[in-house]
Ligand binder design. Structure first.
Ligand SMILES: Cc1ncc(COP(=O)(O)O)c(C=O)c1O
Length: 369
């Protein structure tokens, strides 16, 4: 078992670290499936896993300092049109998970106040980083504009999502001139095969205009560890407002932060169209089936979130029921994420979309609720 102390949440040191899901699996003898993380139900894409495995052979060499060719491959994935890719590529940088880049961007941000997105809660690493950097933390509904505003879109864990016009209105209302905006689109590629057109990464003129006219710098963060189910490999990126901002991150970033295995994985995975087609086709179906099974057994529970998402944010309406649901799931080898640690929503649990057979194990475990 991992080292714990009385004030910690499992292996997390509650005094200095932010709680996240995904830690139980290694300590469960009868482990079946991890419902506590928002990773893709289809697991690691086989083609990329093979490329990553082959890359172990090169692990006695340093990774390339320019992150190539993986960085260019990801740029082509984000902007498939050749001219667009050539024009935008220099704004992109890779990181050791999105977490590394979230922290780097917040460290570089102008001092002052920080504000989260408008939802009930959101992924907490932005707040943690802002607090660590001595920023004043504003509430989501504060009327004040912030020096740094961070919105997770789609929002993990609530499942809320702002389409581009609403997202732009939120930016206009919440950021000071000269400030930073960080939009986390880690879960946005689940949207549909047309996800790019709905993404802020396609809004070049808008981003340039904000920078030139108001000095507002927009960063778009992606964690690739969810879409391509590789949390242990650590892969993220940020699209910066300009090549200069990208180079400022590069200057602060520890060299070789993305290892050769993760780079090889990324370079291969962007070509796996079949994996993404399956993701877009099956995720909403399995998600709805899970919601239907929950509704049948617990009509009073409420399931939240957009239909395309890789998870469901469930309000059991009772702290006691939510606690038991978490315990029963863990005991059956199918851990779910409690809404209590970190998010402070004790009646909620978050569960990943998974194949129906695995959902059956979870539903069986909850029969005793
Ligand atoms: C919305 C969001 N952003 C960023 C991250 C960080 O991801 P990683 O550091 O694994 O790339 C996560 C992980 O759960 C997340 O949910």
């Amino acid at each position: 078992m991992p080292v714990t102390d009385a004030s910690s949440n499992g292996p997390w040191d509650a005094k200095v670290q932010q709680f996240h899901g995904g830690q139980d699996w290694a300590h469960i003898d009868n482990f079946v499936e991890d419902f506590s993380v928002t990773t893709n139900a289809f697991g690691m894409p086989a083609s990329a896993k093979a490329a990553a495995t082959r890359a172990i052979e090169h692990s006695h060499h340093y990774p390339p300092a320019d992150q190539e060719p993986a960085r260019s491959s990801l740029a082509r994935f984000l902007w498939p049109a050749e001219a667009e890719c050539a024009a935008q590529k220099d704004r992109l940088i890779l990181g050791n998970g999105a977490s590394e880049l979230i922290d780097l961007v917040i460290r570089m941000a102008p001092a002052g106040s920080w504000k989260p997105g408008p939802f009930r809660t959101q992924y907490k690493e932005y707040e943690r980083s802002a607090r660590n950097n001595g920023m004043e933390l504003l509430d989501a509904d504060s009327p004040d504009k912030a020096s740094v505003a961070c919105l997770v879109n789609p929002c993990n864990p609530t499942g809320d999502y702002l389409d581009l016009p609403d997202l732009k209105s939120w930016i206009a209302a919440n950021v000071r001139p000269g400030g930073y905006v960080v939009i986390d689109e880690s879960m946005q590629p689940w949207h549909s095969p047309e996800f790019r057109a709905h993404s802020l990464t396609s809004q070049h003129d808008y981003i340039q205009q904000l920078l030139e006219e108001q000095g507002i710098a927009v960063f778009v963060v992606h964690s690739w560890t969810k879409l391509w189910c590789c949390t242990g490999l650590r892969l993220g990126s940020v699209v910066c407002p300009s090549a200069d901002h990208m180079r400022a991150i590069k200057k602060a970033q520890v060299p070789w932060s993305v290892n050769v295995i993760a780079l090889a994985f990324l370079n291969a995975v962007v070509a796996d169209d079949a994996y993404l087609r399956r993701t877009w086709e099956k995720t909403p179906v399995w998600r709805q089936q899970t919601i239907d099974r929950i509704a049948e057994m617990f009509p009073q529970w409420e399931c939240h979130g957009r239909t395309f998402l890789s998870w469901i944010w469930v309000d059991t309406k009772s702290e006691d029921v939510a606690r038991k649901a978490v315990d029963l799931a863990r005991a059956a080898g199918v851990p779910v994420r409690s809404g209590l640690p970190g998010y402070n929503h004790p009646t909620f649990v978050r569960l990943a979309v998974r194949e129906p057979e695995k959902v059956g194990v979870l539903i069986d475990a909850w029969k005793n609720l």
